[in-house]
Ligand binder design. Structure first.
Ligand code: DOR
Ligand code: ZN
Length: 336
């Protein structure tokens, strides 16, 4: 059995910088036509010069793969219309982090007050720049995403023309919120389709499955699967593949992030096939995103086949999901 995907896209990806970038970027570039690149470097990517230079560094390590890095800026309430007008030709979105909520987000927004942020948000709306949000409060860890929903509601109502993307949703409540506002969309990761909190902490603690937002309950996983497997037009694939060195994961004070880049497409094929929904994978992994972002991807065809593949133990210093385990699908060929 095999499937050919046209221009698979990863709409939420962490590539880091330096040596780590060199290790991980080719793994995504091999199987994806393009990806939305997260700006949470140290310091965060927040000027046009930084966007341009980071894009250049990504292209330098992914050349010949036919991969387009879709750049983002780290949200600042100082961005005004004149700045964003200049930035627009270099970026595809702006990512808003509540301050301190996750890895390298210290420079994020301390209070998400739609009036205080109105100048930037209105300019984004006028210029058709999507707003991507890491939607978590600083409350109890299992309730953070639910507590953030009123913020999405307020923003969606106040800025009805702004495309707002709830990044890496993990709960049934988020799926329901998605349906209530026409300008609200979501990315869904592979790992949140596959695991619940039980897989992370129900037995021996699994640091390589620890991420933000943390995996939730079986009913949440079911709600995510329902919209993803049916390729609901408001959801799209965003891996949130977030590499950290093995030493930072297997340590007291484990860094948040699951590294799925090398296995993302084959395991998505495996999941969609097992659930009898392989025909919907193209929409989930490309078509929906192209419509939501009004983006046309360059041509790239990736053929996956159902043949066992042993996942490497590590890529450089990073341990991938399913390390040293067999998965049922593999990449057969890629044509540009
Ligand atoms: O688990 C996560 N890791 N969640 C995020 O939001 C950030 C990411 C990272 O950059 O490591
Ligand atoms: Zn992320």
């Amino acid at each position: 059995m095999q499937i050919t995907l046209h221009a698979p896209l990863d709409m939420h990806l962490h590539l880091r910088d330096g040596k780590m970038l060199k290790t991980v970027a080719p793994l995504s570039a091999k199987s994806f036509a393009a990806a939305i690149i997260m700006p949470n470097l140290v310091p965060p990517v927040s000027t046009i010069e930084e966007v341009v230079a980071y894009k250049k560094r990504i292209l330098a390590v992914t050349e010949d793969e036919g991969f387009e890095p879709l750049m983002t800026l780290f949200f600042k309430d100082t961005y005004d219309f004149a700045f964003l007008q200049k930035a627009k030709k270099h970026i595809h979105a702006i990512k808003l982090y509540p301050a301190g909520i996750t890895t390298n987000s210290e420079g994020g927004v301390s209070t998400i007050d739609s009036d205080a942020l109105a100048t930037t948000l209105q300019a984004m709306s006028d210029l058709d720049i999507p707003l991507l949000i890491h939607g978590e409060s600083n409350g109890f860890v299992m309730d953070r995403e639910k507590e953030f929903i009123p913020v999405y509601e307020e923003l969606s109502q106040k800025f009805p023309k702004l495309t707002i993307i709830m990044e890496h949703i993990t709960t049934k409540d988020s799926v329901e919120a998605l349906h209530r506002y026409p300008n609200l969309y979501a990315t869904i990761t592979l790992h949140h389709l596959l695991i619940t909190l039980d897989d992370v902490a129900g037995g021996m603690l699994q640091p390589h499955l620890f991420c933000k937002p943390i995996a939730k309950r079986p009913e949440d996983q079911k709600a995510l699967l329902e919209v993803a497997l049916n390729a609901h037009p408001k959801v799209m694939f965003g891996s949130d593949s977030a590499p950290h060195p093995q030493s930072a994961k297997e340590s007291c004070g484990c860094a948040a992030g699951v590294f799925t880049a090398p296995i993302a497409l084959p395991v998505l094929a495996q999941l969609f096939e097992e659930e009898g929904k392989l025909e919907n994978l193209q929409a989930f992994v490309s078509d929906n995103a192209q419509k939501i972002y009004a983006y046309t991807s360059p041509k790239k065809e990736v053929t996956l086949e159902k043949k066992p593949f042993l996942v490497p133990k590590t890529h450089g210093t990073v341990v991938p999901m399913y390390a040293d385990q067999e998965i049922a699908w593999r990449i057969k060929s890629v044509s540009l």
